[in-house]
Design a protein around this ligand. Structure first.
Ligand SMILES: *[C@@H]1O[C@H](CO)[C@@H](O)[C@H](O)[C@H]1NC(C)=O
Ligand SMILES: *[C@@H]1O[C@H](CO)[C@@H](O)[C@H](O)[C@H]1NC(C)=O
Ligand SMILES: *[C@@H]1O[C@H](CO)[C@@H](O)[C@H](O)[C@H]1NC(C)=O
Ligand SMILES: *[C@@H]1O[C@H](CO)[C@@H](O)[C@H](O)[C@H]1NC(C)=O
Ligand SMILES: *[C@@H]1O[C@H](CO)[C@@H](O)[C@H](O)[C@H]1NC(C)=O
Ligand SMILES: *[C@@H]1O[C@H](CO)[C@@H](O)[C@H](O)[C@H]1NC(C)=O
Ligand SMILES: *[C@@H]1O[C@H](CO)[C@@H](O)[C@H](O)[C@H]1NC(C)=O
Ligand SMILES: *[C@@H]1O[C@H](CO)[C@@H](O)[C@H](O)[C@H]1NC(C)=O
Ligand SMILES: *[C@@H]1O[C@H](CO)[C@@H](O)[C@H](O)[C@H]1NC(C)=O
Ligand SMILES: *[C@@H]1O[C@H](CO)[C@@H](O)[C@H](O)[C@H]1NC(C)=O
Length: 610
């Protein structure tokens, strides 16, 4: 679950080193502190571990799901709120491509959540019919909310009438006080409905406005005059509430007339408020900070300056005109001796020559060096994270020191020998392949994860997502789809309406390859790098193309424009004009381990040099 779990966990955690004292006046928790945080008294680097409810869990790209750690690249955290909130982790499906069905995650490309149950989509246009899913193209979901039924649709001009379907071209659906029935178009009942030109239409069915409601183009029985639509169903507006966003509404028993909706819950408007968080909302007591924040917005603090007066919190008259800043409720002057203001914090009685460090701590550069709020007693040094480092003997990888040696490069915060075939760097996460079984030796990267034999990696320009391989499934960009539902062209899903349609149109997988998955032989061969100018059906135009030969460390400029022919646009990955890619005759590659082309070239030449 967590790669290389247990490997040197001890060194992930470091206590404050004894030979460095915390800087004077430093408030470590209130500042940007070079990715260091505190977990129940232990200092850790947020890129190496996560703290969930006061417990530290090692791992890269790990987040908290309640008190459980999880990697959103391989798992999803689902939350539900019923008074208190509950969370659960579903392994094997990245949060970036999943949705939650209560506490379980599913792939919305191929599945649908109907009344808290995950079901396989029977067709690309699947919708819920009660607890089951139906294919809107071929089926109908008929009947009142409480007893819906799925029917095979006789034709596209068939519609629901109660629990049955009728042919809109030759029949009508007559609604009486209590029931509905299908009649031929020339019957008196149909005449009544159609004859009155003002007969209301619902979708393309007429309905009796006194006995029925039209909810999202579906005719539903109106059980009482108080009933109103709630998505496709109805609710009693006196006794119930219909809460939530459109198409995800829930019917709640209304506790009292003082109760109103708060996302999927209700709240008492007399004692509670509804606090909006990013995508949902939470009920809180009226005296909670969230409720009072909403009203506090209108009571901004005033800070103004009049002649010889400074108003910080109440106005004070001042003799010295340069006293014109506020620190809380105290006026002060920037030119005041011994006073320093770093990141809006006032420091008094400072020595001459002190300055604000990058992290906003006052220090004297002649007396020492500040590395991420850590003061070190030797001046003029280079910093690596919180520590001083010696660039002639060490390298600094994202704030972590490593001793220097030949062919050593950074991978995230770690360092490795790029010529060591056992070490693999996947988008900043380092893996030791020795620890894997015999199949692991040619393991490939999928984003920052290592792909196992039973996994499949689907990638698009901005994402690489790992899936458990399934037969009958393929990649479409970073999505993984069921080929009985969809086909894919140029990273776009298309619905398959009829099974067994032209199979040739079903494109082969399109995958943007990654430079870090090339073996040394391929990497050091001739390769090209260029910026995409435009893409057409059969070719890609590149500009600023360089031909590089890793083995000989040679670079040659090729004339503009450079045209790369492609056989089948459906099966080629989507490329973004203006972006730079590596390519050879077969594939186009990105380099997720390096931020700039210069870094990529430096890596290739270092790796290929004899
Ligand atoms: C440090 O910051 C915290 C949080 O902002 C604050 O509560 C605390 O009073 C500060 N401590 C000092 C010594 O400034
Ligand atoms: C998820 O998607 C976001 C962009 O929407 C991206 O920044 C992030 O890296 C992705 N995470 C994974 C694990 O792929
Ligand atoms: C793929 O979709 C078809 C059609 O809905 C379904 O019958 C099948 O079970 C799906 N395959 C998997 C593995 O879910
Ligand atoms: C739908 O088709 C079935 C079988 O073909 C037939 O028995 C039924 O009468 C049709 N229903 C309507 C309303 O056309
Ligand atoms: C009836 O509705 C269906 C779908 O709601 C639509 O496809 C069809 O064109 C409509 N027919 C008429 C005659 O409006
Ligand atoms: C509504 O009533 C139920 C049952 O009496 C209670 O559990 C719930 O807390 C109430 N909700 C609100 C928001 O008052
Ligand atoms: C909010 O009010 C409730 C009772 O109305 C009280 O029990 C609770 O302590 C209060 N909370 C705060 C933060 O004042
Ligand atoms: C990789 O793991 C093996 C086996 O544990 C170990 O001998 C080797 O030193 C590791 N390599 C690196 C570079 O850490
Ligand atoms: C898919 O791949 C197969 C075998 O690699 C090839 O024969 C076929 O032509 C490809 N189809 C398309 C649409 O590219
Ligand atoms: C490198 O990968 C290519 C396919 O991309 C393969 O044909 C070749 O045998 C590999 N070379 C080595 C040394 O593994």
């Amino acid at each position: 679950m967590f790669p290389l779990w247990g490997l040197g966990f001890a060194w992930l955690i470091f206590a404050l080193t004894t030979n460095s004292e915390p800087a004077v006046g430093a408030n470590a928790t209130s500042r940007k502190d070079c990715n260091r945080k505190d977990c129940n008294g232990i200092q850790y680097d947020i890129r190496e571990a996560v703290c969930c409810e006061n417990k530290l869990h090692p791992g890269v790209s790990i987040f908290c799901c309640g008190k459980e750690p999880y990697n959103p690249g391989t798992a999803t955290c689902c939350k539900i709120r019923h008074g208190h909130s509950t969370t659960a982790v579903t392994q094997g499906l990245s949060e970036n491509v999943s949705k939650c069905c209560d506490l379980k995650a599913y792939n919305p490309v191929n599945e649908i959540c109907c009344q808290s149950t995950i079901v396989a989509k029977p067709g690309p246009m699947a919708e819920c019919c009660g607890k089951e899913a139906y294919d809107k193209d071929k089926q109908l979901c008929c009947g009142p909310t409480e007893s819906k039924m799925i029917l095979m649709r006789n034709s596209s001009h068939h519609q629901c009438c109660g629990h049955n379907q009728y042919d809109t071209e030759s029949q009508c659906c007559c609604s009486n006080e209590e029931s509905v029935e299908i009649q031929s178009k020339d019957s008196s009942c149909c005449f009544k409905d159609f004859g009155v030109s003002a007969a209301p239409l619902c979708g393309n069915t007429t309905f009796n406005i006194h006995t029925h409601l039209c909810c999202q183009s579906t005719v539903v029985t109106k059980s009482s005059p108080q009933h109103r639509c709630c998505d496709k169903g109805t609710y009693d507006m006196e006794k119930e509430l219909c809460c939530g966003p459109i198409n995800d509404k829930k019917i709640l028993k209304r506790n009292s007339t003082d109760h109103q909706c708060c996302y999927h819950d209700q709240f008492n408007t007399k004692t509670e408020c509804c606090c909006w968080k990013k995508e949902s909302a939470e009920v809180q007591l009226k005296n909670s900070s969230c409720c009072s924040e909403e009203s506090a917005v209108f009571e901004g603090q005033s800070k103004s300056k009049v002649d010889n007066q400074v108003c910080c919190d109440g106005c004070a008259s001042v003799q010295k005109p340069w006293i014109n800043q506020c620190y809380g409720d105290t006026p002060y002057g920037l030119a005041q001796r011994g006073v320093l203001c770093c990141n809006n914090i006032l420091y008094e009685n400072r020595d001459d020559g002190e300055e604000c460090s990058e992290t906003g701590i006052p220090y004297n550069p002649a007396k020492g060096t500040i590395c991420c709020s850590q003061f070190h007693g030797s001046p003029g040094k280079h910093c690596c994270g919180t520590e001083i480092y010696h660039p002639d003997a060490e390298i600094c990888c994202n704030g972590h020191r490593h001793s220097k040696s030949k062919n050593i490069h950074c991978c995230g915060i770690k360092a490795y020998n790029i010529k060591d075939p056992q070490m693999k760097c996947c988008a900043g996460t380092l893996y030791n392949l020795t620890l894997l079984d015999e199949h692991g030796q040619d393991a490939q990267c999928c984003g920052s994860l290592l792909q196992k034999q039973q996994d499949i990696c689907c990638s698009s320009e901005d994402r690489e997502v790992l899936y458990s391989a399934k037969t009958g499934f393929r990649c479409c960009g970073h999505l993984y789809f069921n080929t009985t539902l969809w086909s894919c062209c140029a990273e776009r899903l298309r619905s398959i309406h009829e099974p067994g349609q032209d199979q040739r149109k079903m494109s082969n997988e399109s995958r943007l390859q990654s430079v870090n998955n090339m073996n040394k032989t391929d990497l050091c061969k001739k390769m090209r790098i260029g910026t995409v100018e435009s893409v057409s059906l059969h070719s890609i135009v590149f500009k600023s193309v360089l031909k590089i030969r890793g083995k000989k460390a040679k670079v040659k400029a090729l004339p503009f424009p450079y045209i790369l022919k492609t056989d089948d646009r459906c099966s080629s990955p989507k490329l973004i004009p203006g972006k730079t890619y590596f390519f050879n005759k077969v594939n186009v590659f990105t380099d997720s381990n390096h931020d700039t082309v210069l870094q990529s070239l430096h890596f290739i030449f270092s790796k290929c040099s004899p």
